[in-house]
Write a protein that binds this ligand. Structure first.
Ligand SMILES: Cc1ncc(COP(=O)(O)O)c(C=O)c1O
Length: 429
């Protein structure tokens, strides 16, 4: 069988790419294009992605990675320089980029977290945390219902959703899931059994942008202290400024034993994640560097991206900008919904640049998503909440880009209202 020879992707058609997906990647994914459209993206810059036929889409999706937009000049320059010097290290000698990235990250995380294990994806950071918990004898895991922590087997065990768990059982034993935001349920779970490891997000992202009452994290921290449990705060989606704070932990002035970082840490350029821990939690990893390894962990190319991402967020004041844009977006999106399609929407809620629009049914969510794509706005669906569309736009957006997003959202809401005149007219999605 002949292999596609064309080096220049511009020469390919979207139909050809869809066919390659069908044949070699996933038929299911190719089929989703029937709803999302068969456009093919080939380049990205700032808040925008560009397709094969030269169309531009504002990217408020990307699974929440693009806090810095695509190809932020500072991150891009650091990565290109690293490619041209030492992209992958020998692992025998010491290497500066890992050390400098760890230092940069430790400067911005809550005080007391000073030890870093780098990995490539969010789920690997979760795996590392679960293994740290085991080194401390905490084999019992407590997670939250609809929490999302990744899909490798260990992480999947604490991603409490049967849809993703059932095909892969048996998973890790001794895992319980309590309602998110429910302090009494957390205490009940903590006190009925040996010392545990609690893992939770400050705001559930994939769970549909669920924001707990202020004080929840502090109360969970206090309970973990009371019952000798390890507290793992998963900031993979919420961190790096997305919520308008560096971390969700800062909002409540909480220091977990372990914090998980990913997505935005990549600077949108090289996949990278991190588990950041206190000295006490990190003991075993500190002592034995081979207890948990992987070939590409701490690769200089990823480390250059991570350090540059932290530097760019500071230099461009993006945490503040995320809070500022987030407030404008949330307020205006609420107004738009109220004006055009309140009867189809349960709630619009958000923190910083993590905004959820909860529809009155998954059919409406699918239809609204399609209308937004139609208007060149890309947003995320939520893996653990079929009725919620998640907006995770970049903090580098200028005012005109913010207006573009709002105009596209308003157009999509109006179109939805024309399509469904009552809440009983659920769309077939
Ligand atoms: C809070 C949280 N934790 C973990 C993960 C898993 O990260 P990854 O998909 O990079 O493995 C995600 C991904 O969406 C996430 O939102």
């Amino acid at each position: 069988m002949s292999v596609t020879q064309i080096n220049d992707v511009n020469q390919l058609s979207s139909a050809k790419i869809a066919d390659l997906y069908r044949r070699h990647l996933s038929r299911g994914r190719a089929k989703i294009s029937d709803v999302f459209g068969t456009e093919t993206e080939i380049s990205a810059q700032g808040a925008w992605v560009e397709t094969l036929d030269g169309q531009k889409y504002l990217n408020a999706g990307g699974y929440g990675v693009m806090l810095l937009g695509a190809r932020h000049p500072h991150v891009e320059a650091a990565v290109i320089k690293q490619i041209q010097t030492n992209p992958i290290a020998s692992r025998i000698l010491l290497e500066p980029q890992a050390a400098l990235a760890a230092e940069a990250l430790c400067r911005v995380v809550p005080q007391g977290l000073a030890h870093v294990h780098f990995a490539g994806s969010g789920t690997e950071a979760t795996e590392a945390a679960i293994k740290v918990a085991r080194t401390l004898g905490k084999t019992r895991l407590i997670t939250t219902i609809n929490g999302y922590h990744g899909k490798t087997l260990g992480a999947l065990s604490v991603t409490a959703n049967r849809l993703y768990q059932d095909p892969f059982r048996p998973l890790l034993p001794d895992v319980s899931a309590v309602p998110f935001g429910d302090v009494a349920a957390m205490e009940q779970a903590l006190k009925t059994g040996p010392q545990a490891c609690v893992i939770l997000e400050p705001v559930q992202g994939e769970g549909g942008v669920r924001i707990p009452a202020f004080g929840y994290l502090q109360q969970v921290r206090a309970l973990c202290d009371k019952y000798g449990a390890l507290m793992v705060l998963d900031e993979i989606q919420t961190g790096m400024g997305r919520l308008g704070y560096w971390w969700g932990a800062n909002r409540e002035n909480v220091t977990p034993d372990i914090m998980l970082v990913g997505k935005g840490l990549s600077g949108g350029i090289v996949p990278v994640s991190a588990m950041v821990a206190t000295a006490e939690a990190f003991q075993a990893f500190n002592k034995d560097p081979f207890i948990h390894t992987s070939t590409f962990s701490g690769a200089p190319i990823a480390m250059a991206a991570a350090r540059a991402a932290v530097e760019a967020i500071i230099a461009d004041n993006l945490v503040f900008r995320a809070a500022q844009i987030g407030e404008v977006l949330l307020g205006r999106m609420k107004e738009i919904v109220k004006k055009h399609c309140a009867y189809l929407v349960e709630e619009v809620r958000g923190a910083g640049l993590l905004i959820g629009v909860e529809m009155k049914g998954p059919g409406f969510a699918g239809a609204l998503l399609a209308e937004m794509i139609e208007r060149h706005l890309l947003v995320n669906y939520s893996l653990n909440a079929g009725t919620v569309l998640r907006f995770t736009p970049p903090a580098i957006m200028n005012d005109a880009e913010v207006e573009f997003l709002l105009t596209a959202f308003e157009g999509a809401c109006k179109a939805l209202a024309r399509q469904y005149t009552t809440v009983n007219s659920v769309g077939a999605f």
